[in-house]
Design a protein around this ligand. Structure first.
Ligand code: ADP
Ligand code: ZN
Length: 306
C-alpha cells in the first residue's frame, strides 16, 4: 500500500521539544522522534539526523508540514514568510524555521501555527469533522486558538493571537497581575497553566475540584468563548490542552460561557453547549502533529500540481 514516493514529514516545533514524524500517504506514522529544543543549530542537527535515518529506511520525503510555536510571519508574499518573529526564546528570534525545514529535507514545506494545525487535524478527523467554520483552543503552558474557515486557517496581516485578548476580571481576582511577559493580564496571563500555578502556589493539577481557582479559570475561558462567538460565530469551539485534563472544567466553562453570552443572539448550535464547547476528538499527542502531516501532504501535492 505504501508508495515510497508518497511519504510525508511532519514536525511539531515546540518551545521545549520538536516532535518529528514520517508518515505514509494515508497518514500512518512510520517513525517518530522527540528532540529537545536548544539553539536552532543544535536542534536542526538532530532533526536532520532523524530524517536522514528515516529516509534511508522508508524512502524519500515528498513534502513536509510544520506546526510551529510562534509568533510566525505567515503573510503570503512576505519576504520573511515562515520566519519566527518576536519570540522571547533565545536564539530563535527571526529564525527562518520554514526555510530550515526546506533545506534540511530538500522538499516543499508548508507551515502554520501549532494551534492552527491542531484545528486542521480536528476538522479532518476529530471533533470538527464536517464543519467548515470552527475553532480549537488549547489551555496549557499558553493559551492559543486556531480558527478554521472554508478549508484553511484564518490569517491576514498575521495569524490570530486570541489568547492575548483581554477580558474583564473574575470576581475576587482583581489583584493578580497576570504572567504574560507582554500584557500581564491578558487571558493567557490570567488563565494559562503557569498563571494558575503562580496565583495559587501549586500547579493546576494539584488544585482540588472544589477550589475557587476553577471558578475563576472557567470565568476567563468561558468569557473568551463568548467573545469568540460574537466575533467569529464558529459552529463549534474545541477545548483542549493540559489544563482541560481536569474534566470538570468543561461543565464549569459551559456555565460561564452561558453567563457571559447572556442569551444574546445565540443560535441553537451555540445554546447546545455540550456539543458547542466540545472536547477534542483526537487523542494523539501532540495535537498539532496530525495537522502538520496533513500540511505535508498538501506540500507534496503542490509540486505535483495538486
Ligand atoms: P503545552 O501547552 O506546553 O503543550 P500542555 O498542554 O500539556 O503543555 O499543558 C501544560 C499545563 O497543563 C501545565 O501548566 C500543567 O499545570 C497543566 N496540567 C497538566 N495536567 C493537568 C491536569 N490533570 N489538570 C489540570 N492541569 C493540568
Ligand atoms: Zn499576553
Amino acid at each position: 500500500m505504501t508508495e515510497k514516493n508518497g511519504l510525508v514529514a511532519g514536525i511539531e516545533a515546540g518551545g521545549t521539544k520538536f516532535i518529528c514524524a514520517v508518515a505514509d500517504g494515508e497518514g500512518a506514522v512510520l517513525e517518530l522522534a522527540r528532540i529537545a529544543t536548544r539553539t536552532p543549530e543544535e536542534t536542526f542537527r538532530d532533526v536532520r539526523d532523524f530524517f536522514a535515518g528515516a529516509s534511508a529506511a522508508h524512502g524519500p520525503v515528498a513534502g513536509a508540514g510544520v506546526a510551529s510555536f510562534g509568533p510566525l510571519d505567515l503573510r503570503p508574499g512576505s519576504p520573511n514568510y515562515g520566519h519566527l518573529t518576536t519570540t522571547p526564546k533565545p536564539g530563535w528570534q527571526g529564525f527562518d524555521i520554514g526555510g530550515a525545514v526546506r533545506e534540511t529535507l530538500g522538499a516543499p514545506v508548508r507551515i502554520d501555527t501549532d494551534v492552527n494545525c491542531a484545528a486542521r487535524a480536528e476538522g479532518m478527523a476529530g471533533a470538527a469533522r464536517g464543519l467548515s467554520h470552527f475553532a480549537y483552543m488549547t489551555v496549557g503552558t499558553g493559551i492559543g486558538v486556531g480558527v478554521f474557515s472554508a478549508g484553511d486557517s484564518v490569517r491576514g496581516a498575521g495569524h490570530t493571537e486570541i489568547g492575548h485578548m483581554r477580558v474583564p476580571r473574575a470576581a475576587g481576582d482583581e489583584r493578580f497581575p497576570g504572567v504574560c511577559p507582554y500584557h500581564g493580564d491578558c487571558v493567557e496571563g490570567l488563565a494559562s497553566g503557569p498563571a494558575m500555578a503562580e496565583r495559587w502556589g501549586s500547579p493546576a493539577e494539584e488544585l482540588p475540584d472544589d477550589h475557587d481557582g476553577w471558578r475563576i479559570e472557567a470565568f476567563y475561558i468561558g468569557t473568551l468563548c463568548a467573545n469568540l462567538t460574537f466575533a467569529l460565530r464558529p459552529e463549534r469551539i474545541i477545548l483542549g490542552g493540559g489544563v482541560f485534563q481536569r474534566a470538570s472544567l468543561y461543565e464549569r466553562v459551559r456555565t460561564a460561557y452561558r453567563a457571559a453570552a447572556a442569551g444574546y443572539a445565540l443560535s441553537e448550535i451555540e445554546q447546545d453547549t455540550e456539543s458547542f464547547l466540545a472536547s477534542p476528538g483526537l487523542t494523539q499527542e501532540p495535537p498539532g502533529l496530525v495537522g502538520a502531516l496533513l500540511l505535508g501532504k498538501r506540500a507534496a501535492e503542490s509540486i505535483r500540481g495538486g
